[in-house]
Design a protein around this ligand. Structure first.
Ligand code: ADP
Ligand code: ADP
Length: 233
């Protein structure tokens, strides 16, 4: 199992300000699945995504990622665990402004102790994979939103993590780029054999799902029949 949540509850605040963001959610995701998480605003998508991404801890329950209960890992060990096992694509991309595209992509590898020259070599190969071979030397402010997002995807893939977590991957880009990103996510799932976990409002993203999970009021529900339409690069 790539990800397993057992009776996960997340409560923010207390007293009258108490919010149950996740209400006893259990979820098992096999390696290689492509899970799309949908649901209205405030239903708990971001909270669930952050817990699956080992960025946040539940109030109660267990969270196994690649067999490791991350709720029991101390912060120091968790950091290295994330670097090795989880690739992230945030809505804001979080590229470092004073580093070039290839330096940004190489960063997780350098953090894992890989030699700079090797890390940059792999970064350039990944930039080619996402169609940015000509942008390796550009800084984020010199790239369009779509290009920045592709660079961020290349960075998420850098350490070849078994799990990739994406938050609203199509929300800040135009339709043409969105179709490209969906094709890219499908390719990542197939070529890198990565398990993909995506939170989104965009029904188009559901096309890359092998499985759709709906959130409502902090509870998770599964769609009976997961559609799968192929996206070609
Ligand atoms: P989205 O709908 O795109 O998931 P939200 O607006 O729900 O985004 O949340 C954005 C961020 O704001 C989240 O990371 C969440 O932790 C934080 N947030 C949401 N609601 C509250 C709240 N009531 N109090 C404090 N922080 C909140
Ligand atoms: P979604 O991503 O589906 O919009 P969230 O996971 O952001 O939902 O939020 C779920 C619920 O938890 C909402 O009621 C939200 O206001 C609340 N919430 C989220 N983050 C925080 C936070 N940091 N502090 C307090 N409440 C929060």
């Amino acid at each position: 199992m790539a990800v397993e949540l057992r009776n996960v509850t997340k409560i923010y605040g207390n007293g009258v300000a108490r919010t149950v963001a996740l209400d006893n959610v259990s979820l098992s995701i096999s390696a290689g699945e492509s899970v799309v998480l949908m649901g209205p605003s405030g239903s708990g998508k971001t909270t669930l995504l952050n817990i699956v991404a080992a960025l946040d801890r539940p109030t109660s329950g267990e969270v196994y990622i690649m067999g490791v209960d991350v709720t029991r890992l101390p912060e120091g060990k968790l950091e290295r665990f994330r670097l090795r096992n989880i690739g992230y694509l945030f809505q804001s991309y979080n590229l470092i402004p004073y580093l070039t595209a290839e330096q940004n992509v190489a960063l997780p590898l350098i953090a894992l102790g890989i030699r700079k020259e090797l890390a940059l070599l792999r970064a350039r190969a990944l930039l080619e994979f996402v169609g940015l071979e000509k942008a390796a030397g550009l800084y984020p402010h010199q790239m369009s939103g779509g290009m920045q997002q592709r660079a961020a995807i290349a960075r998420a893939l850098a350490a070849n993590p078994p799990l990739i977590v994406l938050d609203e991957p199509t929300s800040n880009i135009d339709l043409e780029n969105a179709a490209g990103v969906l094709a890219l996510i499908t390719a990542v799932n197939k070529i890198f054999k990565a398990t993909v976990f995506i939170a989104t409002h965009d029904p188009d993203v559901a096309r890359v799902a092998t499985r759709i999970v709906y959130m409502r009021g902090g509870k998770a529900y599964e769609a009976a029949e997961p559609p799968r339409r192929e996206f070609k690069l």
